[in-house]
Design a protein around this ligand. Sequence first.
Ligand SMILES: NC(=O)C1=CN([C@@H]2O[C@H](COP(=O)(O)OP(=O)(O)OC[C@H]3O[C@@H](n4cnc5c(N)ncnc54)[C@H](OP(=O)(O)O)[C@@H]3O)[C@@H](O)[C@H]2O)C=CC1
Ligand SMILES: O=C(O)C1=N[C@H](C(=O)O)C[C@H](O)C1
Length: 250
Amino acid sequence: MSKLRVAVIGAQGRIGSEAVRAVEAADDMELVAALGRGDSLETLTEKGVQVAVELTHPDSVMENLQFCVTHGIHGVVGTTGWTEDRLARLNSWLDASPRTGVLIAPNFSIGAVLTMVFAQQAARYFESAEVVELHHRGKADAPSGTATRTAQLIAAAREEAGLPRQEDPTTHGLAGARGADVDGVPVHAVRLRGLLAHQEVLFGDTGETLTIRHDSLHHSCFMPGILLGARRVVDTPGLTFGLENFLDLG
Ligand SMILES: NC(=O)C1=CN([C@@H]2O[C@H](COP(=O)(O)OP(=O)(O)OC[C@H]3O[C@@H](n4cnc5c(N)ncnc54)[C@H](OP(=O)(O)O)[C@@H]3O)[C@@H](O)[C@H]2O)C=CC1
Ligand SMILES: O=C(O)C1=N[C@H](C(=O)O)C[C@H](O)C1
């Protein structure tokens, strides 16, 4: 069987360099391009790339994906900073290229995906919920894509269960002290040298709290998810949001 022809965009970055090694080590894949800033996207078509793994920057991802989708190259996207407007633009490119698939994964690590699933399950049972995400000092976006997605899932689960929007009793405070409001769920972002990627989801009700914590300790934790995404996206046209869609979570 022929090997999947894969490119990594953002190949010199923290996660991109790890992805290059992971694709090179995968028996069923061939790394045919490793692009950094300033490299021509035409390389992707010249090398016959089937799947581009996009791990760059919120300022770069849209241009890269527009090129990929319009040239029928599938995308596995870890880059964060997604908004409704950006998703709508991506969907319009996909509509015009109906056989092309794009996976956007706010987080490729199994533990982080499970954190989101568990948070979604717990949300209906607690009066209050907040998210704290902690990352390395080099991160461009806040809150993280994972924390944003987690808060959105919690908010949706609360709404489905008929819970009211959380009321904030704060009447005196500094701007930002209560975090960012993501669909009514406060999200707090910490940036600290020495950290990689960590998240705590805090739930509280009368007389008890529940904390769900996940720690990414090395970029290798994202690699099985990236490889799975590359294998699955070629048979999954359109936009898939979240790695959980490619996992058999029951
Ligand atoms: N979904 C997930 O599981 C994960 C997602 N991420 C996300 O991945 C993204 C990258 O993170 P990280 O590796 O830490 O960031 P880095 O800054 O370490 O790496 C990004 C790399 O992309 C390069 N780059 C920027 N623009 C382009 C472009 N147009 N073409 C090619 N290369 C480009 C940068 O070059 P230069 O240095 O010149 O700017 C840099 O080498 C972030 O959005 C982060 O949130 C990270 C980890 C896990
Ligand atoms: O920038 C990072 O490092 C990470 N970004 C992703 C996010 O924004 O959620 C995934 C993980 O947290 C690492």
